[in-house]
Design a protein around this ligand. Structure first.
Ligand SMILES: *[C@@H]1O[C@H](CO)[C@@H](O)[C@H](O)[C@H]1NC(C)=O
Ligand SMILES: *[C@@H]1O[C@H](CO)[C@@H](O)[C@H](O)[C@H]1NC(C)=O
Ligand SMILES: [Ca+2]
Length: 269
């Protein structure tokens, strides 16, 4: 690979998602967003193609991006698609993104393939690694589980349940390369629909983290592994709870063990 594919991505999302209907499904139809390690809008068409191929997939077609959008894939960043097309998927109209419209914001087929954008990749056969989840319960597994996860993984699981419900995360198995600050491999949990706000905690090692309960109806899990040393991986279950999102202190819980009820915009850990 001629350059380091980067895996941080910006997913902007309006938390007020109560108004649209989605088909329950487990993956964003194999589509995901990538940006360069050096930041937003740094990839030429050839580089964007290389990023997707490096990960075993290819650039998503317009139809694949639209299929993903229909099940909740919403990213506020223009990226290359197959055949030199550029655009981005908007689910919830907002003033700051997508010109107040929903649908694929389509910049068309670019004649100049040296322009720099992000990338939309498609990889239906990817290891179970991320996606958009709207079911009332699910068990996430690290990629390749029960085998050890591989190096250089990056997975985002976005959970969005019905408005008014909360998400209860339970760690069933957990074994991630251990180091004191979890700099190598880690799982991060966010009490929001992106990895920008609502940071709850970063986890590594083989101690089972406590349960976590969201404040609202969305949550994001991000798993990242570096270039060396792997471990057994994890299984994490979520179930929905019919509790008003604004419920306060949450001292009473039905789960066993300690539970972290997130009580504000930024969770407690
Ligand atoms: C193509 O795009 C690049 C990057 O924006 C720019 O530097 C270059 O001048 C463009 N080429 C043409 C022919 O417009
Ligand atoms: C929480 O549990 C305590 C003790 O079990 C009980 O006294 C209290 O009423 C409960 N509070 C709520 C809000 O259910
Ligand atoms: Ca590692």
């Amino acid at each position: 690979c001629p350059f380091q594919p980067n895996f941080s991505r910006v997913l902007c999302w309006d938390m007020m998602l109560k108004s649209f209907v989605v088909v329950p499904t487990e993956r964003a139809a194999g589509v995901y967003h990538r940006e360069s390690r050096s930041g937003k809008y740094q990839l030429t068409y050839a580089e964007a193609k290389a990023v997707c191929e490096y990960e075993g997939g290819h650039l998503a077609t317009y139809q694949q991006l639209e299929a993903a959008r229909k099940i909740g894939f919403h990213v506020c960043a223009a990226g290359w698609m197959a055949k030199g097309r550029v655009g981005y998927p908007i689910v919830k109209a907002g003033a700051n993104c997508g010109f107040g419209r929903t649908g694929i914001v389509d910049y068309g087929i670019r004649l100049n393939r040296s322009e720099r954008w992000d990338a939309y990749c498609y990889n239906p056969n990817g290891k179970e690694c991320g996606g958009v989840f709207t079911d009332s319960k699910h068990v996430f597994k690290s990629p390749g589980y029960p085998n050890e996860y591989e190096n250089d993984q990056i997975c985002y699981w976005h959970i969005r349940v019905k408005y008014g419900q909360r998400i209860h995360l339970q760690f069933l198995e957990f074994d991630v390369e251990d180091d004191t600050a979890c700099m190598a491999d880690y799982l991060e949990i966010y009490d929001s629909y992106d990895d920008i706000s609502g940071f709850v905690g970063r986890f590594c090692g083989d101690e089972l983290p406590d349960d976590i309960i969201s404040t609202g109806n969305v949550m994001t899990l991000k798993f990242l592994s570096d270039a060396s040393v792997t471990a057994g991986g994890f299984q994490i279950r979520y179930v929905t709870m019919d509790v008003p999102s604004k419920a306060g202190d949450g001292k009473n819980t039905t789960s066993q063990g300690r539970t972290n009820f997130l009580s504000g915009k930024f969770g407690i850990m």
